[in-house]
Design a protein around this ligand. Structure first.
Ligand SMILES: Nc1ncnc2c1ncn2[C@@H]1O[C@H](COP(=O)(O)OP(=O)(O)OP(=O)(O)O)[C@@H](O)[C@H]1O
Ligand SMILES: [Mg+2]
Length: 208
């Protein structure tokens, strides 16, 4: 089983949007996918509860967020971990221990970048990251790559030598899909053409 952690302590940067869409993409590839929502707000679980039975199935992992050693059934191909704003300390260490890939959404504002700095410092210190056993992928969230904001984000990330895998635009497509427990991968492709294209580099990175 491969585990993807979606994390950034900055609130509202797009973690749940990424986690739910990733899980739905993988489920749509006939993979067995479980989601574990570490967030007390349970946004991913709320989304899962809205998901129709005829859509590609995602199992919800019923584990307590404070459990140190959650029982993770190994009959899944993927585990997608959504994480809460403000994650740090023991909870972060536990989530990092499980992760093979860490997806970090960052919005290109001065507030978001400042709030992400300590987190990225912490990630770069993680043993698995240093030993190339866990990999970090940054997503420019709600941003057009041709803007000055995107250039500022790239400049900020240079110090970490972390490439931006892709930029996802600001669009109601994600918001509307989520209302019915869907992802962009569950929509007729003409409704999400640009978004499906933007996801391609992220999908390739996750699958390799
Ligand atoms: N690319 C996008 N385009 C438009 N809206 C978006 C996009 N990504 C996220 N949103 C919206 O922004 C809000 C915050 O996103 P989301 O809940 O995914 O962030 P989060 O990091 O999980 O937040 P929290 O830290 O509270 O858990 C939501 O209303 C979501 O629908
Ligand atoms: Mg969330």
């Amino acid at each position: 089983m491969r585990t993807i952690l979606v994390a950034n302590p900055k609130g509202g940067c797009g973690k749940t949007t990424l986690a739910t869409n990733l899980a739905a993409y993988l489920a749509g590839q006939n993979q067995r996918v479980a989601m574990w929502d570490l967030d007390r707000q349970k946004s991913s679980l709320d989304w899962l509860a809205l998901r129709a039975a005829e859509l590609p199935a995602i199992t919800s992992l019923d584990a307590d967020r404070n459990e140190i050693n959650p029982v993770i059934p190994d009959n899944n191909d993927w585990l997608v971990l959504d994480s809460p704003a403000g994650i740090h300390g023991k909870n972060l260490a536990q989530a990092l221990k499980l992760a093979h890939k860490i997806v970090v959404p960052v919005q290109p504002s001065i507030f978001d970048m400042a709030a992400t700095r300590d987190f990225l410092d912490r990630l770069m210190e993680e043993k698995a990251v240093r030993k190339h056993k866990a990999f970090i992928g940054i997503i420019g969230m709600r941003v057009d790559p041709r803007t000055r904001a995107a250039a500022t984000l790239e400049q900020f990330l240079k110090q970490y030598d972390l490439p931006i895998l892709t930029y996802l635009r600001d669009t109601m497509v994600y918001v509307n899909a989520a209302f019915t427990g869907k992802s962009i991968f569950d929509l007729p492709s003409y409704l999400a053409e640009r978004d499906l294209t933007q996801w391609q580099p992220l999908i390739e990175w996750v699958e390799t």
